[in-house]
Design a protein around this ligand. Structure first.
Ligand SMILES: Cc1cc2nc3c(=O)[nH]c(=O)nc-3n(C[C@H](O)[C@H](O)[C@H](O)COP(=O)(O)OP(=O)(O)OC[C@H]3O[C@@H](n4cnc5c(N)ncnc54)[C@H](O)[C@@H]3O)c2cc1C
Length: 380
């Protein structure tokens, strides 16, 4: 067993860290307060090759695995989760295209994502269908050479900015099997009938765009079906096996930031005539944070390595996602506590980390859903 990163992987980590520490900190508070993002940062990240590294070389990607994507994610999130999310979620949905798209679909979209010329997003969640995507009722009905889409989606990351939306639609509502009723359709967002509204007031990752979508008689060419008709649910599960690892790496980056900020603060601040870091209570907290964060990282290293070698272990991926998310929330909480009153003020990074962390336990399958998957493999 070899847990060491290769020389090339270490270079990727170093370059990602250098980019994020150079570009993110000066703007992080501004973006968080204004719920905005300067897309020039995303374009620069694309120019330097950090976006879509898992996209194969024939589509202008670097042809790396998901492990390399996770390594970049960890570095970006360790500097700022909101900006990390805004930059790296711009390929969200390309995983479905890579797995199930036609050659023409891949050639049209993937090179643009790598070059920073287009942005892709995915809309699954609906007002009445979150944890249970089989409840999605946005319909796509075939009419001549088009799909006609009607319905609404909620919480779509980059829904206001995306050029392409990977849309989870109900295509066979009468199928007796609820897992055979949906399909993915690639929606160019400039088409008439696609309307997005920005959602303001998020607790965290506020640099990242989130939208509500309204789809009214949106006509998309029939050839924009991605994968097989009626196989959307299974394709979604395959997608989650990739994207959940991304969330695990997000959690590791955030937890690492919480730990680093806590070490810096507790070494520098004195109470009762001694640095906070000299108190056993502080030291135990730091030790727990470091240990759980390392365990989270090892989980994504293992799960991503397995995935990149063609072994998909749903339970391991669910473990990685749940454990890392929960650890990030705990670490951010501990960091605020160790900062005392300063941790409650938004000038301090740990305040943002505390708010940013919570989403990790909710999106891409809540922690309860991850535990359901893990338990399912134990008691089946
Ligand atoms: C900032 C943000 C970005 C997002 N980005 C996207 C995106 O890009 N695309 C997209 O499609 N969606 C996105 N989402 C949606 C996200 O994936 C959903 O919010 C999530 O899946 C949970 O669904 P829900 O909000 O409907 O909660 P619900 O499904 O209503 O769940 C509420 C609670 O009940 C629990 N629960 C539900 N069912 C069970 C059960 N059977 N057993 C035990 N507990 C259960 C859940 O775990 C959760 O704690 C985003 C959400 C946010 C907030």
């Amino acid at each position: 067993m070899d847990f060491r990163l290769s020389g090339e992987q270490k270079d990727i980590v170093a370059a990602a860290k250098e980019f994020a520490t150079g570009e993110f900190p000066d703007r992080a508070q501004e973006f968080d307060r204004n719920e905005s993002f300067d897309q020039d940062i995303w374009r620069k990240a694309c120019e330097l090759g950090f976006v879509g590294v898992f996209i194969p070389e024939e589509y202008d990607g670097a042809g790396y695995g998901f492990l390399e994507h996770c390594l970049i994610t960890e570095e970006f999130w360790a500097v700022d989760p909101g900006i990390g999310q805004a930059v790296l979620s711009c390929t969200f949905g390309s995983e479905i295209l890579m797995l199930f798209g036609t050659e023409a679909q891949k050639q049209t979209v993937l090179p643009k994502l790598v070059a920073g010329e287009a942005l892709m997003a995915t809309a699954i969640t609906e007002p009445n269908a979150g944890s249970d995507p089989t409840g999605a009722v946005t319909t796509a009905v075939k009419d001549g050479d088009s799909w006609v889409i009607n319905g609404s989606k909620i919480f779509a990351t980059n829904g206001n900015l995306a050029d392409y939306m990977m849309m989870f639609c109900l295509t066979d509502p009468d199928n007796p099997k609820k897992h055979r009723r949906h399909s993915f359709i690639l929606v160019p967002t400039h088409l008439e009938g696609y309307e997005s509204t920005k959602l303001y007031g998020k607790m965290g990752i506020r640099a990242s765009d989130t939208a509500e979508l309204s789809l009214k008689d949106l006509r998309v060419p029939v050839e924009n079906l991605v994968g097989k008709e009626g196989e959307g649910f299974n394709e979604l599960m395959a997608f989650f096996n990739r994207t959940r690892l991304h969330i695990c790496a997000q959690g590791v980056g955030l937890a690492r930031a919480a730990l680093e900020e806590s070490i810096r603060h507790t070494k520098g601040r004195e109470q009762f005539g001694a640095p906070l870091a000299s108190f056993q209570n502080t030291q135990f907290k730091l030790a727990e944070m470091a240990t759980r964060t390392r365990a989270s990282r090892n989980l994504y290293y293992e799960a991503a390595w397995e995935l990149d070698h063609g072994n998909i272990d749903h339970a391991l991926i669910a473990m990685a996602k749940w454990y890392s998310a929960e650890n990030a929330v705990r670490c951010a909480d501990a960091a605020v506590q160790m900062h005392g009153g300063y941790g409650y003020i938004d000038e301090y990074k740990v305040q943002r980390l505390y708010r940013d962390a919570k989403i990790l336990e909710i999106y891409e399958g809540s922690k309860e859903m991850e535990k359901t998957i893990i338990a399912g493999t134990l008691v089946r």
